[in-house]
Design a protein around this ligand. Structure first.
Ligand code: SAH
Length: 346
C-alpha cells in the first residue's frame, strides 16, 4: 500500500526508516492524519520541512465536500464528496440520542445490481481506498465539530467486493492512536458474498455483520438481488451460522419491504421458519422508492403486521425509523442526480 493515509503505523515506521528519518516521525504523522484529521502536510507543524519535501509525491487523501443536504425534520445530513480523480461518493450523518452515526460508501457505484437500489444503476466506477472510506468520517466530524461514535458501511457499494481495503479500513478506524472507534460501534452490511463471509469470520472482529436478505426464499430473492443466483439462501444462512459461531456476534438481517412482493403474512412466516434457531435480529425497512424503479413501498399496516408475524414465531424485528425523508433518501440518489446534472451540462 503506497497511499500514506491507508498505511498502518508499522508500515509508516518502515517508510520513515527507508526515507532516512527517525521512527518516531511515524507516530507524529499517524496522529496528524488520524487524530487531528489533517488534510495536508502544511498543517503538520512539528514535522521538519525536509520530511515534508520527501513526502510531497504522496498527497494526503482529503475528500472535497461538494454538497450538503440537511433534513429539516431530524437534522440528518447527506454529504456529496469528490474524490481526487473526480469520482463522486455520498455519506450520511444521522444524529441519534446515543450519538452520531455515519453511513459511508465502500465503492464508487456498485456492480451487485439489486433491483431496488439506485447505487448500482451506473455500475461500478471503482473501489474506494481505505483512506477514502476513513475520510468520509473524518470530514464529517471536522465539518460538524462533533465526535462520530458509530459507523455503518451501508452506503453505496458492496464492502465484501472491496475486501482487502475494507479490512484495512476497519483496522485503521478501530486501532488506538487514530479516531479509535470501537469495533462494537461498527456495522458492515453485505448482500451476501458467501466465501468472503467465511473469510471475515476468521478475523473474529467484534463488529456487527448485517446481511441483506429481502426475501423469504430463493425464488423471490432472485427477483430482487442477482447475487441470489450465485449463492442460495441455504448457503447464505449457513455462512451466517458460521459467522456467529466464530465471533459470537448476532447477525442482523436487512429486509426491505416491497408492496405485494415480499411483505405478505406467508412471506413473514416462511422467513421466520428459515431463521429459526439462528441468533439474529431483523431490521424491517419499507423500500425507498427510486425514480428509475417501479417498486412500491409497503404501507404502515403491512410493515407492522410483518413484524408481528415474525415475533409470533419468535423472531425479533425492528422497524427502522426513517431518517432524512425530506432529502434524497435512498442510497446513491444524491450521487446519481449530481452525475445526471453534470452529464446534461456537457
Ligand atoms: N451492498 C451492501 C451495503 C449497501 S446497501 C448490502 O447490500 O447490504 C445498504 C442496505 O440498503 C442494503 O440492505 C440494501 O439492500 C438496502 N437498500 C438499497 N436500496 C434501497 C432502497 N431503495 N430501499 C430500501 N433499502 C435499500
Amino acid at each position: 500500500m503506497t497511499d500514506i493515509k491507508s498505511m498502518t503505523s508499522a508500515e509508516l515506521r518502515d517508510l520513515m526508516v527507508s526515507l532516512g528519518e527517525k521512527p518516531f516521525r511515524a507516530k507524529q504523522l499517524y496522529e496528524w492524519m488520524h487524530q487531528h484529521l489533517a488534510v495536508s502536510y502544511e498543517e503538520m507543524s512539528n514535522l521538519p520541512k525536509s520530511l515534508k519535501e520527501k513526502l510531497s509525491d504522496r498527497p494526503v487523501t482529503a475528500l472535497e465536500i461538494m454538497d450538503i443536504q440537511i433534513s429539516k425534520i431530524d437534522g440528518t445530513r447527506k454529504y456529496l464528496f469528490r474524490l481526487s480523480d473526480g469520482n463522486m461518493i455520498e455519506s450520511v450523518l444521522m444524529k441519534y440520542r446515543h450519538g452520531n452515526s455515519v453511513c459511508i460508501s465502500s465503492q464508487a457505484g456498485c456492480r451487485m445490481g439489486c433491483r431496488f437500489c439506485a447505487s448500482t444503476i451506473g455500475g461500478l466506477a471503482r473501489n474506494l481506498l481505505p483512506s477514502e472510506m476513513l475520510d468520509q468520517i473524518y470530514r464529517i466530524q471536522a465539518d460538524t465539530g462533533e465526535r462520530v461514535s458509530n459507523v455503518v458501511v451501508m452506503g453505496s457499494g458492496e464492502p465484501l467486493d472491496n475486501y482487502d481495503n475494507l479490512l484495512r479500513f476497519i483496522h485503521l478506524l478501530t486501532e488506538e492512536g487514530g479516531i479509535h472507534i470501537s469495533q462494537r460501534n461498527l456495522t458492515v452490511s453485505t448482500c451476501g458474498i458467501v466465501p468472503r463471509m467465511y473469510e471475515l469470520a476468521e478475523e473474529k472482529l467484534q463488529m456487527t455483520l448485517a446481511v441483506s436478505l429481502h426475501a423469504p426464499n430463493d425464488e423471490k430473492r432472485r427477483r430482487l438481488m442477482p447475487i441470489a443466483n450465485k449463492y442460495s439462501m441455504e448457503e447464505l444462512l449457513e455462512a451466517c451460522r458460521y459467522y456467529f459461531e466464530k465471533t459470537g456476534r448476532r447477525i442482523t438481517f436487512e429486509y426491505s419491504l416491497v408492496s405485494g412482493v415480499n411483505d405478505s403474512r406467508e412471506d413473514a412466516l416462511e422467513l421466520a421458519g428459515r431463521l429459526r434457531g439462528l441468533n439474529c435480529h431483523v431490521n424491517l425497512i419499507p423500500v425507498n422508492p427510486v425514480r428509475e424503479r417501479s417498486f412500491v413501498r409497503s404501507g404502515r399496516d403491512a410493515v407492522e403486521n410483518f413484524k408481528i408475524n415474525l415475533e409470533k414465531c419468535g423472531i425479533n424485528g425492528t422497524i427502522r425509523r426513517e431518517m432524512g425523508s425530506d432529502i434524497d433518501g435512498a442510497c446513491g440518489q444524491l450521487r446519481k442526480r449530481y452525475m445526471e446534472k453534470t452529464e446534461s451540462e456537457k
